[in-house]
Design a protein around this ligand. Sequence first.
Ligand SMILES: Nc1ncnc2c1ncn2[C@@H]1O[C@H](COP(=O)(O)OP(=O)(O)O)[C@@H](O)[C@H]1O
Ligand SMILES: [Mg+2]
Length: 262
Amino acid sequence: MSLALLRASFPNSIALDVDGVSHRYEIDGSALQVLDNVSLTIERGEFVALLGPSGCGKSTLLRLAAGLETPTTGAVLADGRPITAPNPDRILVFQDATLFPWRTVRANVATGLEARGVIREREYRIGEVLRLVKLEGFADFYAHQLSGGMAQRAALARALVNDPKLLLLDEPFGKLDSLTRLKMQNELLHLWKSGGFTALLVTHDVEEALLLADRVIVLSDRPASIVAEVRVEQPHPRRRDSANLVALRRSLLEKLGISHDA
Ligand SMILES: Nc1ncnc2c1ncn2[C@@H]1O[C@H](COP(=O)(O)OP(=O)(O)O)[C@@H](O)[C@H]1O
Ligand SMILES: [Mg+2]
């Protein structure tokens, strides 16, 4: 399929271009170089996972794509246009669900629609996304009444209600127990397939990256640059013990500097 056709066939998604991006923070007059000439193109509807050592700049890259920061050098583009500010087309989901404790699940999910002043026209979406994340029976619950997995599902619903074209996920399942994490990975995959959005997932879990993504990108220590990129051709559902995935896992661990196959 030609690139133009491929792009046109994902109307609910955007292409992300990270073009020669270097980034540094100024702290008390001294500079901290975080990203070093990172270039990366993510096609419409593609699912890309980012792996890299702690503190290398992964979250910074997501914040740039979300429009929460502007790069010191280079450009980040959505469908060819520079990203200069946050936009509901591009939504960031964090490791901590960060629900408002004084609001119910439904009210938490409504937050983005209220902020954009579209709550009346779009209110029907709240019920739809709560069904999607299997929380329709918990709309009136408060955050403290939810399990970790349910809270993270509510956070996903809060993102999805905006119909994002680019979903940025910052270690979204990092704090969940392993069974809940497996379940949430499947659910994310299902949401991505039915939603048609572009997904960029930061994870420290090599297996998670391999089970979900079309492409896995490995970043170096800070300042992060791209050290490796692997394409995962396997169709879903993927088996973690398939020979192909086992081999890719070993090679990714090596590229991360972890030589022992844990
Ligand atoms: N807003 C900020 N101001 C100053 N330093 C920051 C800021 N955000 C992150 N950093 C620093 O930049 C480095 C990269 O951070 P981050 O992108 O969060 O890495 P990662 O997500 O890969 O762990 C870290 O050393 C962190 O302390
Ligand atoms: Mg981070």
